[in-house]
Structures are given as structure tokens and as C-alpha cells.
Design a protein around this ligand. Structure first.
Ligand code: AMP
Length: 586
């Protein structure tokens, strides 16, 4: 397929903010796409060339793009930088510079989707010193044959900043519309921008099947291919594959013990809610892999976890769900997440930090064992299995502390005990519940005393003044809208960030992180690529016309940087709406 066709689609998607229209555009395109191109197209539509759990990164910085533009267009770096200041976007810069150049040469060749895809993938294979020129050559090769509009999107994709705005919701529906329209008859009305499926029930069933397959595979490029080639049956037979991370199950918050029982039924399994970070642990053919909840692999960073799992969990093949909690070496007391979070990205002195900041692994679920998926197995059986296969050792690897009861007084006592032991609260779990990757369907709920905090992504900031000059100080926060794949602003915050800190969040730390992702600057204002996620407390959520989410936070305060969450994993609009409507007095 010609890349030009995909670029036309990008433009049409970018031109509309209507979700159904985007879905329609994508679905029509998928219908016309050859099976071999479908995986590439679905990835490129998300601005990617690798599925999310793939560790490979393109590793291209703005400097390298400027070099490539210089090489392919023969325009000086100064002139490129000047244009970049103007547009604030290297994609637009590439487009406008290429336009000027083309007027002189009037020359452009056809480039194919496969060519773009394969050059971008090659970028990821080049690491370390001496590879810059090879990378520049790969990008320049594309730019030399690209039309100005193609150049815009090539550069944005290279910088992993496509900005077209299709999220998981749109892709999921587009797959349904593209491949199941014959049975469902979506009946999209482009004028009114509504759909009216002939068989709504069937439509929902297909949508759920696509979503479920995605929650397990985590990769629309595969889901779309399966939907096209083997239909509903194929989607339904998608199964876990040990070694490949699967989305974790999430839990909704309820206000107290009574509501928790109401939601999960009686009796319920009640567990300590440990305050650490989630680990999904796979063992396959003797090899152990550790993933964070955002499905990044962190096996190398946690050698002691690998060692404990090897020694203390029986079985050759399994997937465990667990919480790693830091504890103080001297007092053995649990400590705040912040101090161990640095281990997640650590690349050197790993053994040293492991000794200084050890973690205890609290296993609370098992979703695959001996090659069998346990996603549909009831929780009581999964727990019984855990108890059979785990040989616990305190401060190394244990099973989450649990009671099973239908008595509110006992439950309340357990909750109080959990808080007294330094935990965040308790989880209530339905004993007959299955494991649903990626969803908050209510087989389990959490009860904790503090107001739910939000994980928000920083999208803009302001340079400070006076003694704070040189630091970014005021941060615009956004939540995620999974349907459109966009980030919606919900307020600004400066409180909670410290000038000097040992632990906690400092201006210096945030400035360092954000400086790497600045996309535009004007006066004291800077705009950044949504990359840095912070956890934020607040007093209340209010409706607000000022921000694009329609909501604002009263008295927001930054608690910590969430290294373990990707921007797409920050709080979504539905959660904000939910919290808003469940606030006291509402
Ligand atoms: P939250 O992060 O507030 O949405 O709470 C859910 C998180 O609590 C999960 O993602 C786990 O990381 C963590 N957690 C701690 N203890 C447990 C437990 N016993 N069962 C399930 N999740 C737990």
C-alpha cells in the first residue's frame, strides 16, 4: 500500500473530533486493507511500529531529526531551528521546509507503508555510539522521497508523537465495524453521526469479544488480523501466552465495608491492600520474567524477586499477580512506595539498591498454571492453588493476608488491622469471581480511607521566577480519554512539589523529566509531550468550563511521580466523572 493513502487517513482523522466519524474512517480503511498490511496499519495508526509490550524503542531525539532534515533537504540547521521555533512542531517544520524545497525540484517518489514501517523498525535495532549516522540515513532516505505531507507524519511517528487522536476505544469499534458489519449491520449515519445497529445485542457481543481479545493480547495489530481471518470464533479462542504480559485486572473503590459486601457478595475474601507496586510474574520453560502494571519488563531490576520466585513457587509454567512492597531493612516496617519506585528504572548498581531498598512480594493471584489459563477459574480455586504452590518466607515472598467472612464486624476489624499494619486499606473479592484482564468489573473492590487520588499526566508547565527560575514550577494536569486517545486538562498544580527533598517530588526532578519532552515554548510557558504521570490529591472535583475535561480540582497537591504508569494508564475521564458524582453530598 502507498504511504500516501495512510497519510490521507491521518489527515481526515485529525480534521474531526467526532468519535464515530473517526471510527467510520478507520473501519472503511481497514476493510480495504490487505491482510498483510493490517498489522502495520493498526500500529502506525497508533503512531507505533511495535506493540506496547515490546521493549524496543526508536530512540530518536529532535537533534537527530534536524540532522536528517538537513541531510535530505540540504537546508541549514539554523534555518530548520528557526522554522521549528515558528511552528513548535518538528512534523510541521518538516512539511513546510519540504514544501519550499519541492517547489524548486518538483520531485517526489512513491513510498510504501512497508518501506516506512521497515525503516522505522530498523531504527530500533541501532543503539549506542556510532549509530547516529545510520539512523540519520534511514530517516533521510524516507524524507528524500516523501511529499511534504508525508514528511509531516513520518517525523511525528519517528518522534513517537503522532497526535492523530485515535485511542483504544476507536480502534476496537473500528475492528467491529470493519469485519462484522455483514452480520451486525452497524448502519452509520454520516450526517447525524449516529449508529443504529440492526441487532444491538449481537453488536455488543462482538464489541466485547474484540475488547476481551485485546485485553489478553494487548496488541490491536494481532486482534484485527484475527478478527478478519477467523472471526468471532478466532477472537473467542485467544488465550494467554505465558511470557507475554497481559493487562492486569483493576478494582473499583467503594466507600466502606457495607458497600464492599454489597458489591462482591457474601461471604467475601478480604485481603490486605499493600502499598507498593504491582508485578506480573511469568515463568516459562524455567525462565522468569517480571512486568510492571504498565507491562514494562523489569526482570533485571529485581534479581531478588526472580530468585525468590524460582525457589519458593512450585511449577514450571505460571503467571502470578502480586504487589511488591518496600520495607525498612532495620525496623522491617513497610515503607512508602516512593523510595522503592526508583528501582523500576535503575540500570546500574542494581545489587546495591536491591540491598538498600528490598521488597517483599505479596502474591494475590495466579492466572495461569502448568500451561492452563485460569482466567475463567473462580477466585477461591485460584487462591487454593496459590496456597499449594507457594512456600512463603516473610520479607521475601508471601501470599496476601486474607480472611473469608460474611460478618461486617469481622471485616471491619480486619480493615482496621490492615491500616494499623501500615497498609492502604483492604480489597474485597468475590469468591466466585473470574479474572478479567484490564477491567474494573467488580469481581473485586478496594476500600481505603483517603479520598481517591488521581494519576494525571503533565501536559504543560511554566518556568519559575526569582529563586525558582531555572525550574518548571506550575504544572498543567490532564486525564486520559481512551475513546479519542487524547488528554484532557483538569487543572494546574504547584503545591506538593518541594524545593529541596530527600524523598518526595522536587521541582528539580520534574524539571529534569519534563525538559526532555518539551514540544513548544513561548515566554514562560512550555508545552510538553504527555509522558510524566504524577499522583495528585485534592479536596474536591468541580465542574469547570475552563478546562477541556469539563472538570477542575480544588486544592490539588502532588504526592509522587508514578514511574510505573504510562500516560495512557493515568486516570481516565470516566473515573473523574465517577468520583465527581460520588462525592459527599451528591
Ligand atoms: P489502586 O492502585 O488504588 O487502584 O488499587 C489497586 C492496586 O492495589 C492494585 O493494582 C495492586 O497493585 C494493589 N494491591 C495491593 N494489595 C492487593 C491485593 N491483596 N489484591 C489486589 N491488589 C492489591
Amino acid at each position: 500500500m502507498e504511504y500516501k493513502k495512510l497519510v490521507e487517513l491521518y489527515q481526515r482523522i485529525e480534521a474531526t473530533s467526532k468519535r464515530l466519524e473517526k471510527t467510520f474512517l478507520v473501519s472503511e480503511f481497514l476493510k480495504d486493507t490487505d491482510i498483510d498490511d493490517i498489522p502495520k496499519i493498526t500500529l502506525l495508526l497508533q503512531g507505533k511500529v511495535f506493540p506496547p509490550f515490546d521493549e524496543r524503542k526508536l530512540g530518536v531525539a529532535s537533534r537527530m531529526v534536524i540532522k536528517s532534515l538537513n541531510k535530505s533537504l540540504g537546508i541549514s540547521s539554523d534555518a530548520i531551528e528557526k522554522e521549528w521555533k515558528n511552528t513548535g512542531d518538528l512534523g510541521l517544520t518538516a512539511e513546510s521546509l519540504a514544501k519550499r524545497k519541492r517547489q524548486v525540484t518538483l520531485f517526489s517518489q512513491t513510498i510504501t507503508v512497508s518501506k516506512v514501517f521497515s525503516n522505522l523498525r530498523k531504527l530500533a535495532g541501532l543503539e549506542g555510539a556510532g549509530t547516529v549516522n545510520q539512523k540519520v540515513a534511514l530517516i533521510s532516505e524516507l524524507l528524500t522521497s516523501a511529499s511534504p505531507m508525508e514528511a509531516r507524519y513520518i517525523i511525528r511517528t519517528v518522534l513517537e508523537d503522532l497526535r492523530v487522536g485515535i485511542g483504544e476505544g476507536v480502534l476496537r469499534d473500528a475492528v467491529v465495524w470493519a469485519f462484522f458489519d455483514d452480520s451486525v449491520h452497524i448502519r452509520y449515519d454520516p450526517e447525524k453521526k449516529v449508529i443504529n445497529p440492526e441487532n444491538r445485542e449481537l453488536y455488543n457481543a462482538y464489541t466485547e469479544a474484540v475488547q476481551e481479545a485485546f485485553d489478553i493480547l494487548n496488541d490491536f495489530s494481532e486482534v484485527a488480523k484475527i478478527a478478519k481471518t477467523s472471526g468471532l470464533k478466532g477472537l473467542k479462542s485467544v488465550n494467554l501466552s505465558v511470557g507475554r504480559p497481559v493487562k492486569v485486572m483493576l478494582y473499583q473503590k467503594v466507600k466502606d465495608v457495607a458497600e464492599a459486601f454489597e458489591r462482591v457478595g457474601r461471604p467475601a475474601a478480604i485481603e490486605y491492600k499493600y502499598d507498593g507496586f504491582r508485578m506480573q510474574i511469568h515463568k516459562v520453560s524455567g525462565r522468569i520474567k517480571v512486568f510492571t502494571r504498565r507491562l514494562d519488563e523489569v526482570t533485571d531490576q529485581f534479581p531478588e524477586v526472580v530468585d525468590c520466585v524460582r525457589r519458593m513457587v512450585d511449577g514450571d509454567s505460571f503467571i502470578l499477580d502480586a504487589e511488591a512492597v518496600g520495607f525498612d531493612v532495620g525496623s522491617k516496617k513497610y515503607i512508602a512506595f516512593q523510595s522503592i519506585s526508583q528501582r523500576i528504572k535503575r540500570k546500574y548498581d542494581i545489587e546495591d539498591v536491591a540491598k538498600k531498598f528490598p521488597v517483599e512480594l505479596n502474591i494475590f493471584d495466579v492466572i495461569s498454571f502448568g500451561g492452563e489459563s485460569l482466567l475463567k477459574t473462580h477466585f477461591r480455586e485460584r487462591r487454593a492453588l496459590m496456597e499449594r504452590i507457594v512456600r512463603p518466607e516473610p520479607y521475601r515472598l508471601v501470599i496476601a493476608k486474607q480472611v473469608v467472612t460474611d460478618d461486617p464486624a469481622k471485616a471491619q476489624k480486619f480493615y482496621d488491622e490492615s491500616l494499623a499494619a501500615g497498609n492502604e486499606g483492604v480489597m474485597f473479592k468475590n469468591l466466585d469471581g473470574i479474572y478479567k484482564p484490564g477491567s474494573r468489573v467488580g469481581y473485586g473492590v478496594k476500600v481505603k480511607p483517603v479520598m481517591e487520588s488521581l494519576d494525571l499526566v503533565i501536559v504543560a508547565a511554566e518556568w519559575g521566577e526569582g529563586k525558582r527560575s531555572g525550574w518548571l514550577t506550575s504544572f498543567s494536569l490532564a486525564c486520559y480519554d481512551p475513546d479519542s486517545g487524547s488528554f484532557l486538562e483538569i487543572g494546574k498544580v504547584g503545591t506538593g512539589v518541594k524545593e529541596k527533598v530527600e524523598l518526595g517530588v522536587s521541582f528539580e526532578q520534574l524539571t529534569e523529566l519534563l525538559k526532555q519532552v518539551i514540544t513548544k515554548e513561548k515566554g514562560r510557558n512550555v508545552w510538553v509531550k504527555p509522558m510524566v504521570v504524577v499522583e495528585v490529591n485534592f479536596e474536591e472535583i468541580q465542574k469547570s468550563p475552563t478546562y477541556s475535561s469539563g472538570y477542575a480540582l480544588r486544592f490539588p497537591r502532588v504526592i509522587r511521580v508514578r514511574d510505573d504508569r504510562s500516560p495512557e494508564e493515568c486516570s481516565d475521564l470516566a473515573l473523574v466523572e465517577d468520583l465527581y458524582s460520588h462525592q459527599r453530598g451528591r
